[in-house]
Design a protein around this ligand. Sequence first.
Ligand SMILES: Nc1ncnc2c1ncn2[C@@H]1O[C@H](COP(=O)(O)OP(=O)(O)OP(=O)(O)O)[C@@H](O)[C@H]1O
Ligand SMILES: [Mg+2]
Length: 210
Amino acid sequence: MVTFRTSARSVDMLGRQQIAGIPTAVSEIFKNAYDAYAVNVRGDYFPDRRVLLIRDDGIGMSRTDFETRWLTVGTDSKAYGSVLPKIPRPRSIAERRQMGEKGIGRLAIATLAPQLLAISRPLRNVDTPDDGVVVALIQWSLFEVPGLTLEDVSVPIRDLKRVEDIDNNVLSSMRQEFSQAFERLGQRVPDAYRDRIAGELQSLDFDPRT
Ligand SMILES: Nc1ncnc2c1ncn2[C@@H]1O[C@H](COP(=O)(O)OP(=O)(O)OP(=O)(O)O)[C@@H](O)[C@H]1O
Ligand SMILES: [Mg+2]
């Protein structure tokens, strides 16, 4: 027996290459916030740091949600008949007809920037921030490299107590973890990609708390 393998490029094609442009990509993020019963979504762009920060106050994701819903390509989390639990609705907000259906919308984020720091906290923890946040680093450029499969793309992830704990040390340890996995790919990553990704990783040197 043989099985299908998924090239990393297929994720790039479903996201970055399929999306018409930045407005469409941003609208995918806003649609996800709506589906997550957010009341506020806010985007801030910091041109000096080349950082785009988008945040919502919806139901968020736990570590398990993040792995089963966000890190699973084509997840059917909003589809009828999904094996995943339905998106929980905060009692104060009326039921919303879910806009998502395909499970690929968030891949559009790759259109906006080559790297993503995704931070999430499930809503039930808002009043008890000690219950933790999850933070993951996604290096989208690696998905463009021909010949790699999804297993070759490492996604450093951390569980922390509070959002304020995500400091420069955390970021640099995640960057290091990614770099080590990236180095192990060796010659499978052509020089042009290697240089570009190394340069992008260097720019991940800031204190997210600011
Ligand atoms: N802002 C968010 N808050 C909470 N969960 C989110 C958020 N963004 C994404 N998710 C989770 O990640 C999953 C994947 O999102 P994605 O946009 O890729 O797919 P979708 O919304 O289910 O379908 P579509 O591809 O049609 O947008 C969502 O189903 C949801 O569970
Ligand atoms: Mg969506």
